[in-house]
Design a protein around this ligand. Structure first.
Ligand code: FE2
Length: 251
C-alpha cells in the first residue's frame, strides 16, 4: 500500500525524480534490489560485448574501423569493472552463484564466438562484407546498451541512488560516442563490399590482416580464462562470505 510515496515532489522549484519514500527502509531495499538487477544485466551485456569485440577485432585489418573497435574494447572492459564495483558497493554479494555462473557463461560465449569467427570468414562471400555486417551488429548492440543505461539512470534516480545514476550517465556517453563513430564507418565498409563483390576489386586479405594471429592469441587467452575461472569463483565466494560476516556483525 503506497500511501506514503513522495511521487514527483517539488523542492526549491526542481522536480525530484524520487518515486519512493526514502525514509522507509522496505521501499529503499526494494529499490536497491531493482537497481542491482539492472546493473547485473548491464554487467552481463558488457561481458558479452567484450567477447564479441575481441572476435571482431581478430578479423579486422588495421585502419580507422579497427581503431574504433580497439578503443571500445578498452572502454567496455573498464565499464564491466565499474559496474562490478558498484554492484559490490550496493552489497550484491548474495548473487555469488550467479557471478560464478556468469563467468562460466562468458567463457562459454568466448569459445562459441571463437569457433564461429573463422567459420564466418570462410563462409562469407567476402571479408569486406563480413566487416560491414559486424559493424551493423555493433551499432545495434550500442543502441541496446544506451537503452540499458537510460533505464538504469531513470531507475536509480527514482529510488534516490544518485551515484548509480551518474555512473550510468558516464558509461552511456561512451556508448553514444561509439554508436556515432560506428555509423560513420558504415558507408566506407559498404563501398568496400560493393567493390569486392560487384566490381571484383577485393581489398580484404585474411592472411595480411593479422586475423589468423589474432584468433590464435584470442584462443590462448580463452584457454587461460578457463583455467582462471575456478579461482575466480572461489575468490568471489570468499569475498561474499567475509562481507556477509561483516554485515552480520554490524547488525
Ligand atoms: Fe558499448
Amino acid at each position: 500500500m503506497a500511501t506514503q510515496t513522495t511521487r514527483s515532489r517539488r523542492t526549491a522549484g526542481t522536480e525530484t525524480q524520487t518515486q519512493i519514500n526514502t525514509e522507509d527502509i522496505a521501499q529503499l531495499e526494494a529499490g536497491r534490489m531493482l537497481v542491482i538487477g539492472q546493473l547485473e544485466e548491464a554487467h552481463a551485456a558488457e561481458g558479452a560485448a567484450v567477447t564479441t569485440l575481441r572476435a571482431h577485432i581478430a578479423m579486422t585489418p588495421e585502419g580507422p574501423y579497427r581503431r574504433l573497435l580497439d578503443r571500445h574494447l578498452g572502454e567496455t572492459r573498464q565499464q564491466a569493472t565499474q559496474l562490478q564495483d558498484r554492484l559490490s558497493e550496493l552489497g550484491a554479494n548474495r548473487s555469488v552463484l550467479a557471478v560464478g555462473f556468469g563467468a562460466a557463461q562468458t567463457v562459454i560465449g568466448q569459445a562459441l564466438a571463437l569457433s564461429k569467427g573463422p567459420v564466418d570468414l570462410v563462409r562469407g562471400r567476402a571479408g569486406e562484407e563480413k566487416l560491414f555486417k559486424n559493424a551493423k551488429d555493433e551499432v545495434a548492440t550500442e543502441a541496446l546498451e544506451i537503452a540499458t543505461y537510460d533505464g538504469i539512470e531513470a531507475t536509480a534516480r527514482a529510488v534516490g541512488d544518485v551515484k548509480t545514476a551518474e555512473l550510468a550517465v558516464r558509461i552511456r556517453g561512451q556508448e553514444e560516442r561509439q554508436l556515432t563513430a560506428l555509423r560513420e564507418q558504415l558507408p566506407e565498409l559498404a563501398k568496400a563490399t560493393v567493390r569486392a563483390i560487384a566490381a571484383g576489386d577485393a581489398s580484404y586479405d585474411v592472411s595480411t590482416t593479422g586475423a589468423a594471429e589474432g584468433l590464435r592469441k584470442l584462443r590462448d587467452e580463452v584457454e587461460d580464462d578457463v583455467e582462471d575461472l575456478g579461482d575466480e569463483v572461489k575468490t568471489t565466494a570468499r569475498r561474499a562470505q567475509r562481507s556477509s560476516r561483516r554485515t552480520t556483525t554490524k547488525a
